[in-house]
Design a protein around this ligand. Structure first.
Ligand SMILES: Cc1ncc(COP(=O)(O)O)c(C=O)c1O
Length: 454
């Protein structure tokens, strides 16, 4: 097939391609960057401009681009068996091997079984549905409600959109799922309560408990949250928050779902975000880093305690009548198996913790230096830089403010691909990023801030 030239790609994109999270008109005014090639943490655009990938594809290319091991596993699987399904009656070796591998990795967290899907939104949908089904199996069918956090992001299916905590992702698609309620995020930089992290963790856990009690605990199925909020602006909760949340959920018999789509597989410097907080969930939503983004894959990990009730439950009600043709796709499962091998061999979570410390220290220096930079937060290799119109008053920039777009373009011109979520620069480079590449990324950001402030 004839490949399009750079000019043809640019014009065809605006004509034919609808982009997620973008207004079709804005794509013409501010054309997207066309990325054509990647190697490690370097990417190239269609004009041959080389950049550091500061966003790991989209929080997912955790092992960088061009990993031979993953590529070889994919090619070998394509030759051996490019597809078969895992619906009732059939299965295939890679799905079995990957479920065994994941359960072995997560058995210290209490995981017993894995339900595969095709991405993060799927993983969330699976968790929400299994949570409702679990309560029906337990004879508590009134437990149907979900509670989640404002600013939280859980993908775009109707279930995930219903528990999302950002109206931008909800408004156009309402009415959403009934019975979903939101409580405040422990967000130190912006909250009406306190500037003391410990107190904030306690207050926000109390807000969750008050909502559960208000709704009636016997009507609440689950609380879902990200161990560290990603798309909402990299909001790291205080250390006491998740342990207190676990206590609240246990006290009222509510399931705890950890949405680890971003935080899973080393991003926070721990294999899973729940380990960062020393807490076990009842279900974990996994995607992105599971296959290093090479092929779409999602998974809902279910605790042994929860799945036991499915195994022992009613033969009709206990059947998981949910699933996707391409869940546990053999090629994706092969990519994931290769990813997990590298993750372990190269001790990627420990590497992310070490390099993340250096990265955050460099970003925090920018907070002191630039008036645009209101807050810097993060853990491991996920970081957010909140840009403000007035630093003393913490006045936020409105969405789409020209200064925000300029920072992004100036960084791009200096060789750094960054991403804006509202007024927060989101950074999630490959967990294999080298020290010198972190410096290149940070130098480009400093240059961009200096240019915009000037
Ligand atoms: C925490 C979280 N959950 C779910 C999703 C949805 O994942 P996907 O885009 O693969 O459907 C995302 C995507 O960024 C996410 O960050």
């Amino acid at each position: 097939m004839k490949k399009l030239s750079a000019a043809e790609l640019k014009s065809a994109n605006a004509l034919h391609l609808l982009h997620p999270m973008a207004h079709p008109g804005s794509v013409r005014d501010l054309p997207p960057d066309i990325i054509t090639r990647g190697d490690g943490s370097w990417i190239w655009d269609v004009d041959g401009h080389r950049l550091i990938d500061g966003i790991g594809g989209l929080w997912c290319a955790n092992l960088g681009f061009g990993r031979r091991e993953i590529r070889d596993a994919i090619v070998a699987q394509l030759d051996e068996l490019p597809f078969f399904n895992t619906f009732r009656g059939t299965t295939h070796p890679r799905a079995i091997e990957l479920s065994q591998r994941l359960v072995a990795l997560m058995s210290p967290d209490g995981v017993g079984s894995i339900f595969f899907s095709c991405g993060g939104s799927d993983a969330v949908e699976g968790a929400l549905k299994l949570a409702r089904q679990y309560w029906k199996l337990r004879g508590q069918g009134d437990r149907t409600k979900f509670i989640s956090l404002r600013q939280g992001y859980h993908g775009t299916h109707f279930g995930g959109a219903s528990v999302n905590g950002n109206t931008a992702f909800r408004r156009a698609y309402e009415p959403l799922l009934p019975g979903c309620f939101h409580v405040d995020t422990p967000w130190l930089y912006r909250n009406p309560y306190t500037q003391d992290p410990h107190e904030l963790g306690r207050i926000c856990a109390e807000l969750l408990e008050r909502e559960i009690v208000f709704q009636g605990p016997d009507t609440v199925a689950a609380f879902i949250a990200e161990p560290v909020q990603g798309a909402g602006g990299v909001i790291v909760p205080p250390p006491n928050y998740w342990p207190l949340v676990r206590e609240v959920c246990d006290k009222h018999g509510v399931l705890l779902i950890a949405d680890e789509v971003v935080t899973g597989f080393g991003r926070t410097g721990h294999l899973f975000g729940t380990r960062l907080w020393g807490v076990n969930a009842d279900m974990w939503c996994l995607a992105k880093g599971i296959s290093s983004g090479y092929i779409p894959l999602g998974a809902t990990a279910v605790s042994a305690k929860v799945i036991a009730h499915f195994n022992a439950g009613d033969p009709v009600l206990g059947a998981i009548n949910h699933g996707y043709t391409y869940g546990a796709h053999p090629v994706a499962a092969a990519a994931a198996l290769a990813t997990l091998e590298v993750l372990e061999r190269e001790q990627i979570p420990a590497r992310a913790a070490r390099e993340g410390e250096y990265f955050l220290a460099r970003l925090q220096a920018m907070q002191k230096r630039f008036r645009l930079v209101g807050d810097v937060r993060g853990v491991g290799l996920m970081a957010g830089i909140e840009l403000v119109a007035d630093k003393a008053k913490r006045t936020p920039f409105p969405r789409g403010a020209p200064e925000l777009v300029r920072v992004q373009r100036e960084a791009y011109a200096r060789g750094a691909m960054i991403r804006l979520s509202g007024a927060v620069i989101i950074l999630s480079p490959a967990l294999t990023i080298e020290r010198s590449q972190i410096d290149t990324l940070c130098d480009a950001l400093e240059g961009a801030f200096a240019a915009v402030e000037a």
